[in-house]
Ligand binder design. Structure first.
Ligand SMILES: NC(=O)c1ccc[n+]([C@@H]2O[C@H](COP(=O)([O-])OP(=O)(O)OC[C@H]3O[C@@H](n4cnc5c(N)ncnc54)[C@H](O)[C@@H]3O)[C@@H](O)[C@H]2O)c1
Length: 526
């Protein structure tokens, strides 16, 4: 979880003692009723921490038992300093690195806290605590103008600070956990149990942590990467200190709802569907990173309501898709799929019949966007005539000829290749009627989105020879994991079937991982 501010309690959290108890021990050393007074003070501390007695009342009562002077305070501060929590010492780097966003909010006394804050590199102005009032060198009371001296003082103090963004509150007492009431959605509370486990605090806190080791796990930004996203992404996030969990498949809605609770950044590709139900149970999610081009698998309206940023790539894989498309056009023209199938069966079938060069043939591009444009450029470079049709007015490259209608591009092309986006209206964009408009014996390629082609209509057209061959990389119902898949058209030797690998080259995936991850990290930093 990513927090803009981390508030630490002091006594029994950053240190393993209660400052006032230490002070009492030091100052009451010579008193005859020492044990009785000590016990009363300890009882008051416990009662205040568990909410049984108002904090300011307990504080005034405890101070009234003492007759302390400045020298005793120095002695007490030295004892407190010696009792810095072991896990705090162990994680000194964490405090140094995060000192700007750490605040110490304590019902203890700043004179006892400052030496520890100095040691941890937390500026004294980020320490909010009580202050003794002196008469000469003797303590005469507590500065009651400070919020921390009052009942519900920590909560009031937090209100007065008007901190922006997410806040983590870490402490052993109920007064720490109560700070959640300031802004339940933005304040996350951690009951801290390295020294003492207070049942009330544990019951009401969002999380329970045994030490700073436990805590840092939660305070790191958590990333979940699904669908075998290139490892480059994990390495970039980890280099920034983010906690990354990777899955090599697309989790379904139920599994993602279980996984998402403490995730800040979710990385997906095209097969993980992000629904309203998932967003509803993702209190910390701030970014969805689509390591792919299409984003129609994400419920944008649900994300917008929760101010979740969505990021995707526009160009990083387009070259890979364009190359495989032109490769498939050549393979279909040369009847390579048929040759592969018969060769695998042990037949030597050398023949030029119905095998053609693509130079001089016409390719029609439906959806002349990022990928369509590159397909056009490569196809033209190998001597093909290129037609393109797009809903939007698009600038053309080279000698590409724009068609006015879908029918025009379909009726004039030897190869029709689809590169439209996955908007709902594009479902069945190519069906019986559109196939009827295509040239007799032409070819159809779909590397865009599965639902764009009606598979029954294509089946009919392949059976009757209207379509001479096809290349399909995308399907209406794609599996979410690698494994068995019942490919449509597997019985045809003139259909190239691939498992949505158009953009799956190491170059493209590494570029995508780099581009999307770095953009997100930059955003988080700046
Ligand atoms: N097979 C893969 O591995 C793979 C990889 C990357 C992208 N894709 C898919 O490829 C497709 C194209 O990607 P892109 O980056 O070029 O997208 P893009 O947004 O740059 O281009 C899509 C173009 O299609 C046009 N369009 C939409 N509907 C249309 C219609 N009915 N008729 C005509 N034009 C229409 C849009 O105006 C736009 O210009 C997307 O569906 C994307 O999801 C697949």
């Amino acid at each position: 979880m990513k927090f803009e501010h981390i508030i630490f309690d002091f006594d029994s959290t950053l240190v393993g003692v209660e400052g006032i108890d230490v002070l009492a021990e030091v100052t009451l050393n010579k008193s005859k009723n020492r044990d009785g007074i000590l016990a009363s003070i300890k009882q008051l501390t416990t009662d205040a921490m568990s909410g049984k007695i108002a904090f300011d009342l307990a504080l005034q009562k405890r101070i009234s038992y003492l007759e302390t002077d400045s020298e005793m305070i120095a002695q007490a501060a030295a004892v407190v300093f010696q009792n810095i929590s072991p896990s705090v010492i162990k994680n000194a780097d964490f405090f140094a690195t995060n000192s700007k966003r750490i605040l110490i909010v304590s019902g203890g006394f700043e004179e006892l806290i400052w030496p520890v804050a100095d040691k941890l590199g937390i500026p004294r102005e980020q320490v909010y605590a009580n202050k003794f009032i002196y008469k000469g060198t003797k303590i005469s009371g507590v500065d009651i103008s400070r919020w921390t001296s009052k009942a519900k003082g920590k909560y009031q103090l937090l209100k007065s600070l008007e901190l922006k963004g997410k806040i983590a509150v870490v402490g052993d007492g109920i007064t720490d956990i109560e700070m959640k009431e300031y802004a339940p959605e933005h304040v996350i509370t951690f009951a801290y149990t390295e020294h003492i486990a207070r049942p009330e605090a544990i019951k009401r806190a969002d999380y329970v942590v045994r030490s700073v080791d436990d805590l840092t796990g939660y305070l790191q930004t958590s990333v979940l990467l699904c669908e075998n996203i290139n490892d480059h992404a994990r390495k970039l996030f980890e280099a920034e200190g983010y906690r990354v969990k990777s899955l090599d498949y697309a989790p379904d809605e139920h599994e993602l709802m279980l996984l998402i609770a403490d995730i800040d950044i979710l990385g997906i590709r095209s097969r993980t569907h992000i629904t309203q139900a998932i967003i509803d149970v993702a209190p910390h999610l701030s970014h969805i990173l689509a390591y792919c081009v299409g984003t129609d698998q994400i419920d944008f309206a649900a994300c917008e309501r929760k101010h979740i940023h969505i990021s995707h790539v526009q160009y990083a894989s387009s070259r890979s898709v364009a190359e495989i498309v032109v490769g498939s056009i050549i393979a279909l023209a040369r009847r390579v799929p048929t040759a592969i199938v018969s060769s695998q069966k042990g037949a030597w079938n050398k023949s030029a019949t119905q095998s053609h060069e693509v130079r001089g043939m016409t390719v029609g591009i439906v959806g002349y966007g990022t990928i369509g444009t590159q397909v056009g450029a490569i196809a033209e470079a190998i001597g093909m005539r290129v037609l393109a049709y797009d809903l939007r007015e698009r600038p053309t490259q080279g000698h590409v000829e724009l068609c006015e209608t879908l029918e025009e591009v379909l009726s004039k092309s030897d190869f029709v290749t689809l590169h439209v986006d996955g908007r709902h209206e594009n479902k069945n964009l190519i069906s019986t009627k559109e196939i009827a408009q295509m040239k007799q014996g032409s070819y159809l390629l779909n590397y865009s989105r599965g639902p764009v082609v009606n598979l029954d209509a294509l089946d009919d057209a392949l059976k009757c020879g209207k379509i001479a061959g096809a290349a399909l990389d995308v399907y209406p119902d794609e599996p979410t994991k690698n494994g068995a898949f019942d490919f449509p058209f597997a019985q045809y030797d003139n259909v190239i079937l691939t498992p949505h690998i158009g953009g799956s080259t190491e170059e493209a995936q590494s570029r995508i991982a780099q581009e999307v991850t770095s953009r997100c990290i930059r955003y988080m930093k700046e």
